[in-house]
Design a protein around this ligand. Structure first.
Ligand SMILES: [Fe+2]
Length: 340
């Protein structure tokens, strides 16, 4: 067996020990390059992660959980956290994470160039990576698009007993209400929500189940994120539900994001920034759009053809951070009007 000459053996052993200790103390430097992701996003992202590793050699380690669990974990781990990146859905969740001090500022001209300003934290602690439209869905056999116009108009008495809504305890409609408060003020938004409640909506805690209820004729209209319909239509092209782009004559359709930030105590901060920059690149954005049916945040990537068929629409371009800023107000408002 080949052996080092005796004079080199002791230093080699010493360096071996040192290397091992560095490996424990500075895993990002001494071990294989990696980025550790806490992810509360569970759909259509693996291909982009794999492409990142292929391109950079940096391994992506993912720990999945729901947003609440991952927040608690980050808080309790504090500076000992292995997480470099928090990936989650809804700007309201990203805003809450930033406010709790779980995310650090990122200074990246590339992210600023790739992602439009209204989809990013004004203080650069998180960035939107995919865009989802939350709009009106209707049964194509029972409703004509000409009967529809806006979120507000779903409070019209003609929708009495015909409306399905997600329960207000879930963040998607909290964010919608928060954005409406930003746009219309609190008293007007309260009036709108009272209109919905007066129509005795069927409350369902799942966007997919709302769409299935509309298809089954249990209700005629509802509000859901667009990609849930895309998933159902991709399995069954004759699924009898279509989107109507709400508020085209006024504020535009409500959009939200899934997105990410670099954790406050990231051990692999440089890799984490590289990772987010890659996820915002046209190449990764195309993978997201193709696999998850969301709209790319980077306008250089193309919309999935199944979704593109639904046409272009005017988006509400208010900064999505409003969903976080006014979340507490939205929850209180829902409570006041009896929207459960
Ligand atoms: Fe979702």
């Amino acid at each position: 067996m080949w052996r080092l000459p005796r004079v080199l053996r002791v230093p080699a052993v010493a360096f071996g020990f040192l290397g091992a200790w560095l490996g424990i103390l500075l895993p990002g430097l001494a071990g294989a390059a990696e980025v550790v992701v806490y992810s509360a996003r569970h759909y259509g992202q693996e291909a982009a992660f794999e492409a990142f590793t292929k391109k950079t050699g940096i391994q992506v380690k993912v720990f999945n959980g729901n947003t609440g669990e991952l927040f608690e974990r980050l808080k309790s781990e504090d500076e000992r956290t292995p997480a470099d990146v928090l990936l989650t859905v809804d700007a309201g969740n990203l805003w809450n994470a930033a406010r709790a001090g779980l995310l650090a500022k990122i200074d990246s001209p590339q992210l600023e160039a790739n992602v439009p300003g209204h989809l990013r934290d004004p203080e650069n602690r998180w960035v939107g990576l995919t865009v989802r439209a939350r709009t009106i869905m209707y049964n194509t056999a029972k409703v004509k698009p000409s009967e529809l116009s806006s979120y507000e108009a779903l409070g019209d008495p003609k929708w009495q007993g015909r409306l399905c809504l997600r329960t207000s305890s879930y963040i998607y409609n909290q964010s919608l209400l928060a954005t409406m408060i930003k746009r219309h003020g609190e008293s007007r938004t309260e009036e709108i929500a009272r209109g919905w409640v007066a129509n005795k909506p069927t409350l369902i805690n799942s966007d997919t189940k709302i769409l299935e209820a509309i298809a089954a004729g249990q209700c005629d209209v509802g509000l859901t994120n667009h990609y849930y319909l895309a998933r159902l239509v991709s399995k069954n092209p004759s699924f009898p539900v279509a989107p109507f782009w709400a508020n085209q004559q006024t504020t535009g359709t409500h959009v939200n994001v899934s997105g990410a930030g670099v954790t406050a105590h990231a051990k692999n901060r440089a890799n984490a920034i590289k990772f987010l920059e890659y996820l915002s690149s046209p190449e990764a954005q195309q993978l997201f759009a193709d696999l998850s049916f969301e709209y790319p945040a980077n306008p250089q990537a193309a919309v999935n053809p199944l979704v593109a068929r639904w046409g272009k629409f005017k988006r509400d371009d208010i900064n999505v951070a409003a969903a976080g800023e006014l979340q507490a107000a939205a929850v209180k408002l829902a409570d006041r009007v009896g929207y459960k």
